[in-house]
Design a binder for this molecule. Structure first.
Ligand code: FES
Length: 224
């Protein structure tokens, strides 16, 4: 080495910064990488996921068909007697169906026993002719329409139909009760309240249970 030339310094090599992967000329588009995953592999995973989803859906549908809702119990179609049993003003309670069927203003309505406020069971008060919730004092008329109290709406209900004179209630479909202010039947009490004159829990609270919320749909009353 020439001693007059400057000394050589071994500089560390710097790798080029990573950048977007450029397609290779002549390479098919399907084999070009997509963010580190080959396009072909990406599509393969997508098809597999779709196939698994379809299998799960098919399995669930088959299970649903082979396990229909029980008839005559809550969650299925519940027989609520003969239409001839329902004169005007009649209220019948079906404990196993968790509902009431009431007759008024020329039609029948099936009411879910669960209060739409916080889920207590709402008894029917014979003396006042209204449904009165013992938990927080919500009151509904004979058709389950809201009158007073903290409930956000009228009592929820179930679709009801009459088949060859038999009253059938679909307790597997809960229909949201009418909004406050909707009244198709009288709201005034025909006698003393079962929970006190103020409509608040009072002297004789009825039994109550708490249930989970249900789903929402619309259902009219059915004429007997
Ligand atoms: S649960 Fe009925 S008024 Fe609160």
């Amino acid at each position: 080495m020439d001693e007059s030339s400057p000394p050589q310094v071994n500089e560390p090599r710097t790798a080029p910064a990573p950048g977007p992967v450029q397609p290779v000329e002549g390479q098919p588009r399907s084999e070009r990488p997509v963010r580190g995953i080959g396009r072909r592999k990406f599509l393969s995973w997508g098809w597999k996921a779709l196939g698994i989803g379809l299998l799960v859906e098919a399995g669930w549908t088959t299970y649903d068909i082979l396990n229909p809702r029980p008839s005559g119990a809550f969650g299925g179609v519940f027989p609520a007697g003969a239409v001839s049993d329902y004169g005007d003003g009649v209220v019948q309670y079906f404990q196993d169906g968790r509902m009431y069927v009431t007759s008024s203003e020329g039609s029948l309505v099936a009411l879910y026993q669960k209060c739409p406020h916080l889920g207590c069971r709402v008894p029917f008060c014979e003396s006042s002719g209204r449904f009165e919730c013992p938990c927080h004092g919500s009151i509904y008329n004979i058709r389950g329409e809201y009158i007073q109290g903290p409930a956000p709406r009228g009592m929820d209900r179930f679709p009801l139909k009459i088949n060859s004179g038999a009253v059938l209630v679909d307790t597997g479909t809960i229909v949201e009760g009418p909004p406050r202010g909707v009244h198709t039947a009288p709201t005034t009490a025909k006698g003393p309240s079962c929970i006190g004159s103020t409509g608040q829990p009072g002297s004789s609270p009825g039994p109550s249970t708490t249930e989970s919320p249900g789903m929402n749909m619309e259902s009219p009353g059915v004429s007997p």
